[in-house]
Write a protein that binds this ligand. Structure first.
Ligand code: ATP
Ligand code: RIB
Length: 306
C-alpha cells in the first residue's frame, strides 16, 4: 500500500548559474551555463516522496505566471496531487537564484513570491486529506503561522509530523513538542540550539538538547558525513554513501521526502534512514533540484550492485 504523504510547502523556479568560483562582492564574473530547474523545498520533498513510491498531496501556492504553470504541470507529471496548490492572482511564483561553483558548493537567494501567501484557508481546504494522511511533511519557506497551524491539526488527528526547519525561523517549544521527526542540517541545528555543531559528538549534544525541548526523533544531517539520530532510547550515527559530488542542491529534500515514504511504509527508523541516505547520495551526483531526485527503482538498482 502506498502511504499517503501530505506535503505543505514552497514551490520555486531555480535559476541556476554554474560558475568556476563564487564572485566576490562587487565583482562581475562570466558564468559557464544557466539552467531553469524546478525547485522549492516543499515541491522537492513532494517529488522525492512521489518518486520513492508515496501517494503525495501538495498544499502550496504558485504565482499566476509561466513559472507557476510550468511547476504545476511538472508536479502532475510526477503523479503529485496538486488540487490544493493555489495560483495567487497578480503574484509571481517563488524564485531561487542559485550560484553553483566547480566544487558543487552552492549559494542561494530566495524571492518568496506566492509562497508568502500560503495561509490557514489553504490548509483548511485540504483538512480532510491532512487528517487522513500517514505523515505531514513541512519546511519553513512558507509562513510559520501556517506551518504551525497545520502541525497542530495533524498532531490532534494522530498524524505523524516530520518538520525540516529550513531555512531556520524562531521555533517555540510548544511547537517542537508536536514534532515526531525533526530533520535538520548542522547549520540549522546550531541556529536552533545555540550550540556549536561542528562534529558528530556536538551533533549528538544538539540532538539531546532538542529531545529535551520535546521533539520525538531528531535527525541531524551532516552532508558527506551522513547523519546522527537521537531517539528516546538510543543515539546512533550512520555514514553517508560515497559518491562523486556534482551538486548537493536538494540532497536534504531528497532525504526528507524519501524518509517520509519509508516511515509511512512502516520501515523501522534505521532502515528508513538508510533508504533516505541512498536516495540523497544519488541526488548529489546530478545537477539541480528536481532533475537530480532519483526514482525508487534507480535507488534499488544502483545499490543492489554494491
Ligand atoms: P541541501 O540544503 O543541499 O539540500 P542539506 O544541507 O539540508 O542539503 P545535507 O546534510 O547536506 O543536507 O545532506 C543531506 C543528506 O544527503 C546527508 O545526510 C547524506 O545522506 C546525503 N549527502 C549530502 N551530501 C553528500 C555527499 N557529498 N555524499 C554522499 N551523501 C551526501
Ligand atoms: O533545498 C533546495 C531548494 O532550496 C532549492 O530547490 C531552492 O528552490 C531552495 O528553496
Amino acid at each position: 500500500m502506498k502511504p499517503d504523504i501530505l506535503v505543505l510547502g514552497s514551490v520555486n523556479m531555480d535559476l541556476v548559474f554554474q560558475t568556476p568560483r563564487m564572485p566576490a562582492p562587487g565583482e562581475t564574473l562570466m558564468g559557464e551555463s544557466f539552467h531553469q530547474i524546478h525547485g522549492g523545498k516543499g515541491a522537492n520533498q513532494a517529488v522525492a516522496a512521489a518518486r520513492m513510491g508515496g501517494r503525495v498531496h501538495l498544499v502550496a501556492c504558485v504565482g499566476d505566471d509561466d513559472f507557476g504553470r510550468r511547476s504545476l504541470s511538472s508536479l502532475a507529471q510526477d503523479g503529485i496531487d496538486t488540487q490544493f496548490v493555489r495560483q495567487v492572482k497578480a503574484c509571481t511564483t517563488g524564485v531561487a537564484g542559485i550560484l553553483l561553483d566547480a566544487h558543487g558548493e552552492n549559494s542561494i537567494v530566495l524571492a518568496a513570491g506566492a509562497n508568502a501567501h500560503l495561509d490557514q484557508n489553504d490548509i483548511d481546504r485540504a483538512a480532510s486529506l491532512l487528517t487522513d494522511a500517514k505523515i505531514l511533511v513541512c519546511q519553513l519557506e512558507t509562513p510559520i503561522e501556517s506551518v504551525s497551524y497545520a502541525i497542530k491539526l495533524a498532531h490532534d488527528a494522530g498524524v505523524k509530523v516530520l518538520l525540516n526547519p529550513a531555512p531556520m525561523q524562531k521555533l517555540n517549544d510548544d511547537l517542537l513538542a508536536l514534532v515526531d521527526f525533526l530533520v535538520l542540517n548542522e547549520t540549522e541545528a546550531q541556529q536552533l540550539t545555540g550550540l556549536a555543531v561542528d562534529s558528530q559528538a556536538q551533533a549528538f549534544e544538539a540532538g539531546l538538547a532538542l529531545r529535551k525541548r520535546g521533539v520525538g526523533v531528531v535527525i541531524i544531517t551532516l552532508g558527506s558525513s551522513g547523519i546522527v539520530l537521537v531517539t528516546e532510547n538510543h543515539r546512533e550515527s550512520l555514514p553517508a554513501y560515497r559518491v562523486e559530488v556534482v551538486d548537493t542542491t536538494a540532497a536534504g529534500d531528497t532525504f526528507v521526502g524519501s524518509l517520509a515514504v519509508a516511515l509511512g511504509e512502516g520501515l523501522e527508523l534505521n532502515a528508513a534512514c538508510d533508504l533516505a541516505q541512498r536516495a540523497a547520495a544519488l541526488a548529489v551526483t546530478q545537477l539541480g533540484a528536481q532533475t537530480s531526485i532519483p526514482h525508487r527503482e534507480t535507488v534499488e538498482r544502483h545499490f543492489h550492485k554494491l
